[in-house]
Design a binder for this molecule. Structure first.
Ligand code: EPZ
Length: 438
C-alpha cells in the first residue's frame, strides 16, 4: 500500500522548463504489441510509471524477457510460452485488455479475466469483443474470464459505433494476425493510435490511415525486431501547463507536439494565460487574474481530451466567473469535485455537467486522489492554494505521472513526498471492483 503523501505549500508562481515523459497511453499498447515481434524490440522514451511496471509484469508472466536501460526498454518475446493473463495482473491495470489482440496474433489463442470497471465507471469492452468476433475470433465469456481462439482470423471491414481508443488498438493488433485486409471505420483518431501504427510499421506490419477515422491493416506478414521512441505525453504536458496557469508565472513544457494539445492551450489562453507554441515546446505565462472560460465539452480526439478535464477544472475553480464542463466520454469523471470542495472550490455537478463558480482563492487541505487525473487536478489546485495541502492516494498519480514532485520542484514549487503514518485498514481506499482506471 502506497502510504506516501505529497506536501505542497501553494501560492508561489512557477518558473522554468519541464521535460515531458513518453506517453502512458501510447507505451501501453506498444508494449503489448511487442509480443507479436520475431526479435528483440527496443522502446525508447518509456516513462517510469506503475502502469508500465504492470505491463512488464504481464510480459514477464507470458515468458518474455524485459529489461530496462534508462528510458529505453528491451522486450524479447521469443521465449514467450503462455497466452493467458491472470486476474491478479488484469486487476493491476484494466487496459491490459489490449493484450488480447496482440496475444491472439502471436499465439492464436488468449485467455484473460474480464477487465471489469474502475473509478471512472463500468468501462465495457463490448466494442473490442464484437470487432474481434467479426474477424473470426471465437470468444467465450465464462465465470469472469475471456477464452479466445483466433487461429484463422480473416480481415474484413469493422465499424466502431464509438471511436473507442482501446478497441481501435485491439483491432489493429489482431488484424496483424488476420489474413487479408481489415478496414476499421469510425476509428479513434488519437495521436497514440498513430504512434502504434509507427511501431507496427517498424515491425514490418502493413498499416495505414491511423490518425484518421479509417485505419487499414493488411495482415499475415511476419513481424520482426524494431526500435521506436514513444511520442510525448500530451496529457502530462497539459497538466504542467495547467499547473503554471493555476499558480501563475512562466512554465515551458519541452519535447512536446504542440498540435496534440491545441484544444487545451486555447482554453488556457481564454482563461487569461499567454501561450506561445514553438516547434517542440509550449510556453505559458500568467500574471493577471484567471478568467472563466466558455463551456468545455470533452470529445474524442481532436476534441477536448477527457483526461485534461479535471486539471483544467482545477484552474477554473479560482477564476473570475463561472465555467461549465461537460464530460461526454466517461460516466463518472467528476469524483475530484468533492476533494476540490475541501479546498474551497464551489462546483455543482448534475450528471455529466459540472458548473464551476470561480472563488477568489483556494485553501490548502488534506485531500485524497480519487483516480489518476482527479489526483492531477488536486495537485494543480494545491499549487495555487493558500497554505499547505497534503495529497494522498498517490498510487493513482504514480500510474500516469513520472516523478511529478521532482518536475514541479524544478519549477520552484514547494513540494515534497513524505511517508504517511499507516492509515490502517479504515483509512485505505478500497479500489472499485475491477482494475485501476487507465
Ligand atoms: C483510453 O481509454 C485511455 N487509456 C484513457 O486514458 C482515455 O481517457 C480514453 O482512451 C479516451 O481518450 C489508455 O489509453 C490506456 P475508450 P479507453 O475505449 O481505451 C466506452 C487516462 O487517464 N466504450 O475510448 O478505455 C467507454 O465506456 C486514461 O490516461 C464502450 O462503451 O477509452 C467510454 O465511455 C483514462 N465499449 C468511452 O467508450 C467499449 O468496448 C471511451 O472509451 C469500449 C469503450
Amino acid at each position: 500500500m502506497n502510504n506516501n503523501a505529497l506536501v505542497i505549500r501553494g501560492g508561489r508562481p512557477l518558473r522554468g522548463a519541464v521535460g515531458i515523459q513518453g506517453a502512458k497511453n501510447s507505451v501501453l499498447p506498444i508494449l503489448a504489441a511487442t509480443v507479436m515481434g520475431g526479435g528483440e524490440q527496443v522502446v525508447r522514451r518509456c516513462p517510469q510509471l506503475s502502469d508500465v511496471e504492470s505491463t512488464f509484469h504481464i510480459l514477464r508472466y507470458l515468458g518474455c524477457r524485459v529489461r530496462r536501460e534508462g528510458d529505453a526498454v528491451a522486450v524479447d518475446p521469443r521465449p514467450m510460452d503462455r497466452c493467458d493473463v491472470p486476474d491478479r495482473l488484469m486487476r493491476e491495470m484494466r487496459s491490459s485488455v489490449v493484450f488480447l489482440g496482440a496475444i491472439l496474433t502471436r499465439s492464436g489463442e488468449a485467455c484473460m479475466s474480464f477487465p471489469g470497471g474502475c473509478e471512472l465507471g463500468p468501462r465495457p469492452i463490448d466494442l473490442h469483443l464484437s470487432a474481434l468476433r467479426a474477424l473470426g475470433a471465437e470468444i467465450f465469456e465464462t465465470g469472469g474470464n475471456l477464452i479466445c481462439r483466433g487461429h484463422h482470423m480473416v480481415g474484413r471491414e469493422v465499424n466502431l459505433t464509438f471511436p473507442s481508443v482501446g478497441a481501435t488498438e485491439n483491432i489493429m493488433l489482431a488484424a496483424c494476425g488476420a489474413s487479408g485486409v481489415t478496414r476499421i471505420t469510425n476509428a479513434a483518431r488519437e495521436p497514440e493510435i498513430e504512434d502504434l501504427q509507427h511501431f507496427l510499421r517498424a515491425m514490418g506490419a502493413r498499416v495505414e490511415g491511423a490518425g484518421s477515422s479509417t485505419v487499414v491493416i493488411e495482415g499475415g506478414y511476419a513481424l520482426h525486431a524494431a526500435e521506436h521512441a514513444i511520442l510525448p505525453d500530451r496529457i502530462a504536458a497539459a497538466t504542467y501547463l495547467a499547473a503554471g496557469a493555476a499558480a501563475g508565472g512562466t512554465v515551458t513544457v519541452e519535447d512536446v507536439c504542440p498540435e496534440h494539445l491545441s484544444t487545451v492551450t486555447s482554453i488556457l489562453a481564454e482563461a487569461g494565460c499567454e501561450v506561445r507554441a514553438g516547434h517542440t515546446h509550449i510556453t505559458l505565462h500568467r500574471d493577471t487574474p484567471l478568467r472563466a472560460v466558455r463551456p468545455v465539452r470533452t470529445m474524442p480526439y481532436p476534441g477536448f481530451p477527457t483526461d485534461a478535464q479535471s486539471p483544467l477544472m482545477a484552474v477554473a475553480a479560482h477564476a473570475e466567473g463561472t465555467s461549465v464542463f461537460v464530460e461526454n466520454i466517461f460516466e463518472n469523471r467528476f469524483r475530484h469535485v468533492g476533494e476540490l470542495a475541501r479546498m474551497g472550490a464551489d462546483i455543482k455537478v448534475a450528471g455529466r455537467v459540472a458548473v464551476v463558480c470561480g472563488v477568489p482563492r483556494l485553501y490548502g487541505a488534506h485531500v485524497r486522489a480519487t483516480d489518476l487525473r482527479g489526483g492531477a487536478a488536486l495537485l494543480v489546485a494545491a499549487l495555487s492554494a493558500e497554505g499547505e495541502s497534503r495529497l494522498t492516494g498517490l498510487r493513482h498519480l504514480d500510474r500516469g505521472y513520472e516523478a511529478p514532485e521532482q518536475r514541479l520542484a524544478a519549477l520552484g514549487a514547494d513540494i515534497r513526498r513524505v511517508e504517511e503514518p499507516d492509515a490502517g485498514a479504515g483509512g485505505s481506499v478500497r479500489r472499485a471492483a475491477g482494475g485501476a482506471c487507465d
